[in-house]
Design a protein around this ligand. Structure first.
Ligand code: GLN
Length: 250
């Protein structure tokens, strides 16, 4: 199967090797006989709902977010329509913030967001930096851990009733207080976790791939054949140990 990915602003939003997530999805798709076709979507190019099975956006400093925010907000309707139409989406840190309603940066500049995620973010003085470990339940009754690295000034507040990605075991998470991290709306997930995230969380990479395949085929999300993830599992364990040892401390 061909899986079409729209990579939003790869030339602006890519820190902590966020583009590595695309490399992982490409390899894990190929190991199952699928082909990932990555199409860049940058400033001035716009987006056609339905064209992509998966939308991906990485993180960035306030400066880069300000450079793309107006263009992204101008295609807010298309992004929301793509997700309503069943496309999967993964947004990391600065990209995650811009997919909420707004981000107020460290200088008090308000950047209008896409409004896909029911949340708002305001930057605070002290950056929240370190390893993170979450407990997630993307499928009812199936609990798994997600390990990564966070570095953000933004404090993200979810609306009442909004679904977080996971519970913080170690780390700061959305706001360093509430004990939750990220946000989920159907097949769309936003998170502060860099690293990149997917090499050390193969189950989550496969979950994203399965959501994208569901859009590509018009069927339910498939169960992908297992891979021998020894190295990935070890990387997860190392990251989880680091988070337990020092995550969530200023
Ligand atoms: N600039 C945003 C913040 O500081 C996002 C940072 C990032 O993507 N790592 O919160």
């Amino acid at each position: 199967m061909r899986i079409v990915v729209g990579h939003l602003y790869p030339d602006y939003l890519n820190i902590y090797a966020d583009r590595g997530n695309i490399a992982v999805l490409t390899a894990r798709a190929a190991w199952r006989g699928h082909e990932l076709e990555v199409r860049r979507v940058t400033v001035g190019e716009g987006l056609t709902p339905g064209e992509h099975d998966l939308l991906y956006i990485g993180g960035g400093q306030d400066r880069e977010q300000a450079l793309v925010a107006r263009d992204l907000a101008a295609m807010a309707e298309e992004v929301r329509a793509a997700v309503t139409g069943g496309a999967a989406l993964l947004a990391v840190c600065g990209g995650y913030q811009l997919l909420g309603r707004s981000y107020r940066d460290l200088h008090g500049l308000d950047l209008a967001g896409v409004g896909l995620f029911p949340l708002e973010t305001v930057a605070g003085e002290r950056r929240m930096i370190g390893d993170v470990l979450l407990e997630c339940e993307l499928e009812p009754g199936v609990r798994r851990t997600l390990a990564g690295f966070e570095n953000h000034a933004g404090r993200t507040r979810l609306d009442a009733g909004a679904q977080p990605l996971g519970r913080v075991i170690s780390g700061f998470g959305n706001d360093g207080e509430g004990g939750w991290e990220g946000c989920r709306v159907g097949r769309a997930v936003g998170t502060y976790l860099h690293g990149p995230l997917l090499p050390r969380n193969p189950w989550f990479a496969d979950w994203i791939l399965a959501q994208a395949l569901a859009h590509a085929t018009g069927a339910d999300a498939p169960t992908l054949p297992p891979l021998s993830d020894d190295l990935e599992t070890e990387a997860h364990a190392v990251s989880a140990r680091r988070a337990a040892a020092r995550g969530g401390r200023f």
